[in-house]
Design a protein around this ligand. Structure first.
Ligand code: HEC
Length: 135
């Protein structure tokens, strides 16, 4: 009896930790409707894909904590003057202010920082052409 409860607990723990990353879950719930994980050049996008956002923010704020804080501050109050992607604002319009809890956005920012979204090669070329001084 003891053993089976123990086994159940272990199984419950293993399955939740494998399937639910709270940052990924929040990203899918709060951001994915606009920021896709990937896109081909001709997809009709309404916002830059998340790897493009990550590249811009991480280039300006390589430190993990600075990166996370920048994203949390941005989502709390998107401000064109503080934008790292003025080209995206011209193309898509300023991101709307959304009533998300900063603690939930923080989990998204951690997930974005820690995830390799495998930016496609065409984007790397596009980014280099637009930002020749950046590696
Ligand atoms: C309703 C659509 C929409 C949703 C939902 C949305 N965004 Fe955005 N976001 C945009 C658009 C459009 C832009 C590009 C224009 C801009 O930068 O304001 C953008 C830009 C950004 C930028 C770049 C800011 C800059 O420097 O210009 C960050 C960072 C960002 N979004 C994070 C997030 C995160 C994190 C979430 C989820 C918590 C999210 N967004 C949800 C539409 C959205």
């Amino acid at each position: 009896m003891k053993t089976s409860i123990f086994t159940m607990l272990i199984l419950a723990f293993v399955s939740t930790s494998a399937s639910s990353n709270p940052g990924k879950h929040n990203y899918e719930k709060l951001c994915l409707s606009c920021h896709l994980t990937s896109k081909t050049k001709d997809t009709k996008a309404i916002a830059p894909p998340i790897f493009a956002v990550k590249t811009h923010v991480k280039t300006a704020y390589p430190d993990r904590e600075d990166f996370i804080q920048t994203i949390v501050d941005w989502v709390e109050d998107p401000d064109a003057d503080a934008s790292l992607m003025p080209g995206a604002i011209r193309k898509f319009g300023l991101m709307p202010k959304l009533p998300y809890a900063p603690s939930e956005v923080r989990k998204v920012a951690e997930f974005i920082y820690d995830t390799d979204f495998n930016s496609p090669n065409w984007y790397k070329k596009h980014y280099k052409a637009k930002h020749p001084t950046v590696q």
